[in-house]
Design a protein around this ligand. Structure first.
Ligand code: UDP
Ligand code: GLC
Ligand code: MN
Length: 347
């Protein structure tokens, strides 16, 4: 009798931290399935040790990189060539069925019911809904499928330079053939979608089962003040305003309470950059950057006070910028402002 497993991938220590939080979140919600982490050669020894205490299996894999700079540049993500390494998940043939989850996802409830689905089940991509997003998918390990995927890769390349392009071209009937292979969006709720369809998030968001911190800025790009429980030190990247503060807080709480102790044990006396601020660093940070903080209460409001105050723009200019995709997530187009506007319409 073969088993079933959740599988993730980390090629470096940052993604390994994401994988640890994901693993802890699945355990916290009492999964009955095995947990497997695929790791690349650059994951350092202490991180491997910490992964071993969370995952049932930590397996080393070779890096596969598309090196397709042109396609990756279109997504402004030169780092995503290595996501082809994900295809190794089909080699886990000692499992009958698996659910792959990106290392930047986190379970918000028990999701073991995903194993009732068939290969290849996934949720729509928020950017191009006739494609599935490859951050969460159900698959059946098989040497044959693995080989076919590699051949397909070599013959056709990937239209986005990463695994998602390959997988959508390979499983190319997903959009039309069988609706049971469309996972509800709540199994892969990405931060991008929250902002592009806020009313839907307000309506359905409470049912979210998996949050996906899709995009360049990841939770580990921030820091955390364990004493106050606040996420602080937001990266300058304007995209960072799109990470929902509540989910970010949940990620960091899980990291600080469940992952940090494992890393501290694994690193022993060696210093390491945990991302969790010591009290003295926190005081310094506040002196250096007044106001550079996430909100302390778990509200829906966005981080405040982080953006350099821009000059006021007319509402026509704002509209043009919005239509050109240049949203000011940190200022006029911030979560709180959009929500306030919506509420005023609804009233
Ligand atoms: N990944 C990795 N190392 C990298 C980039 C990606 O291990 O340098 C893995 C990791 O599991 C990650 C997944 O590939 O979650 C997809 O990349 P990412 O989540 O950054 O893509 P996005 O969802 O933001 O498009
Ligand atoms: C996507 C997916 C991610 C995938 C990447 C590269 O945006 O979220 O899982 O690895 O594209 O194809
Ligand atoms: Mn991802």
């Amino acid at each position: 009798m073969f088993g079933e497993a959740f599988v993730t991938l980390a090629t470096n220590d940052n993604y390994a931290k994401g994988a640890m939080v994901l693993g802890c979140s699945l355990r916290e919600h009492r999964t009955t399935r095995k947990l497997v982490a695929l790791i690349g050669p650059h994951v350092t020894e202490p991180c491997r040790e910490a992964l071993h205490s969370i995952f049932d299996e930590v397996r080393s894999v070779d890096i596969m990189d598309s090196g397709d700079a042109a396609q990756l540049a279109l997504m402004q993500r030169p780092d995503l060539g290595v996501t082809l390494t994900k295809l190794h998940c089909w080699t886990l043939t000692h499992y009958d069925k698996c659910v792959f989850m990106d290392a930047d996802t986190m379970a918000l409830s028990n999701i073991d019911e995903l194993f009732e689905r068939e290969e290849l089940s996934a949720a729509p991509d928020p950017g191009w809904p006739d494609c599935f997003n490859s951050g969460v998918f159900v698959f059946r390990p098989s040497v044959e499928t693995h080989e076919k995927l590699l051949t397909f890769c070599a013959d056709n390349g990937s239209f986005d330079g990463g695994d998602q392009g390959i997988l959508n071209s390979f499983f190319n009937t997903w959009a039309t053939a069988d609706i049971s292979k469309h996972l509800p969006f709540v199994y892969n709720l990405s931060s991008i979608a929250i902002y592009s369809y806020l009313p839907a998030f307000k309506h359905y968001g409470r049912d979210a089962k998996v949050v996906h911190f899709l995009g360049k800025t990841k939770p580990w790009c921030y820091s955390y003040d364990a004493q106050s429980g606040e996420v602080v030190n937001r990266p300058q990247d304007p995209e960072s305003g799109r990470l929902h503060p509540d989910y970010l807080q949940t990620w960091w709480r899980m990291y600080a309470t469940s992952v940090m102790p494992l890393l501290q044990r694994a690193y022993g006396d060696q210093p390491f950059n945990s991302g969790v601020l010591e009290a003295s660093c926190q005081e310094k940070l506040q002196q250096d950057k007044p106001g550079d903080q996430m909100p302390s209460s778990p509200t829906i409001a966005p981080p405040t006070g982080t953006a350099p105050s821009p000059r006021r723009v007319s509402s026509e200019e704002r509209k043009q910028r919005w239509e050109a995709g240049q949203m000011d997530y940190l200022g006029d187009d911030s979560f709180a402002n959009i929500e306030r506007k919506l509420d005023s319409f609804l009233k």
